[in-house]
Design a protein around this ligand. Structure first.
Ligand SMILES: [Zn+2]
Length: 74
């Protein structure tokens, strides 16, 4: 997809660095791992959609955009 990054920092951490924190889902939603949780089934990752660039503050995604991208399960 032809996502335009708002700044080179975000582009680097998303596409160039082997960072597990920022990633893009199959639905095209930019996510960030904000923590891990230990569950009975093992280690779980707590992910959150990135609404605003943490580096320059540009709005990247809205709830409506994300809702339109994410497939509804069930
Ligand atoms: Zn940015």
């Amino acid at each position: 997809m032809d996502r335009k990054f708002c700044c080179s920092t975000l582009q680097e951490v998303t596409t160039e660095l082997p960072s597990p924190s920022f990633f893009e889902t199959d639905d095209g939603v930019l996510m960030v791992t904000v923590g891990t949780v230990e569950t009975e089934d093992g280690l779980g990752y707590f992910d959150q959609a990135v609404m605003f660039c943490p580096f320059c503050g540009t709005e990247l995604q809205t709830d409506e955009i994300i809702a339109g991208k994410v497939k509804q399960n069930g």
